[in-house]
Ligand binder design. Sequence first.
Ligand SMILES: [Zn+2]
Length: 235
Amino acid sequence: MRVSAHGKYLLQLTRLGMFNCYLVREEDGFTLVDTNLGGSATSILAAAERAGAAIVRILLTHAHSDHVGSLDALHAALPAAEVLIGAREARLLAGDMSLDADEPQTGPRGGFPRVATQPTQTLHPGDHVGSLQAIAAPGHTPGQMAFFDPRDGTLVAGDALVTKGGMTVAGVLKWSFPFPALATWHKPTALRTARALRALEPARLAVGHGPVIEHPLAALDAAIRAAERRRAFAE
Ligand SMILES: [Zn+2]
C-alpha cells in the first residue's frame, strides 16, 4: 500500500494504484476515512502505526465494496474504535436497497457487500466527526457523505468526484477507468453534489480513486462544465 502525506493532517493510502482510503490526524489519534478493498486491514494498521498514532474512529463515505471491504477486519482489530456513516447510507451498509418516496426511483448501482459491523453512530449533514464536517454528497450512491476539514480546507469527497486520469464528476464515463461511473446511481444528483462541494471552495481535494489535488477549483469547474454538457446529467 502506497502512503503519501498531503499537508499536516492527511495521509492517502493507495492500493493497486487506484483504490484510496485516508488517515486524518486528530489530537486523539487518526480518523480512518473508508477501509479500502478487502484484505487491506493489516497494511492500514501498519501505516497508522508508522505514522505514529492509533486509529480511533472509522468513518465511511459510502457502502461500496472498495470502501467498506476491510471494515469487518478493522472493526475486529480495533473493537473500541467508533464506526460512523451517514444515516441514509447506513441502510445500504445493512443491505437494505429500498428507496425513499422522494428519491429518484432507480436502484442503487455497484457492489454493496455483506458487512457484519454495525455503525456505532449515524451522521446527518452538518455533524462533526473530530475536526471533520459531514457534508451530504448523494448521487454516486443515495446516501454518500463527504468530509470537510476546515483546519486546512481539505475535502475528502469519496466517489462524488474522480481524479484518476483527470477530474470528473461521478457518473461521467471514462473508458480508461469506467468503474466509478458505472457504479453511479443518479447523475443529475451527482452533478448537484459536485456544485455543492465546489461551493465549499476546498483548498485540497481527496477522492476514492486518483491522486490528491491541490488547489482544485479550476479543475472542478471544468469537470462540472463537462458534466453539464451531457444530457444524462440534466434534471
Ligand atoms: Zn463508490
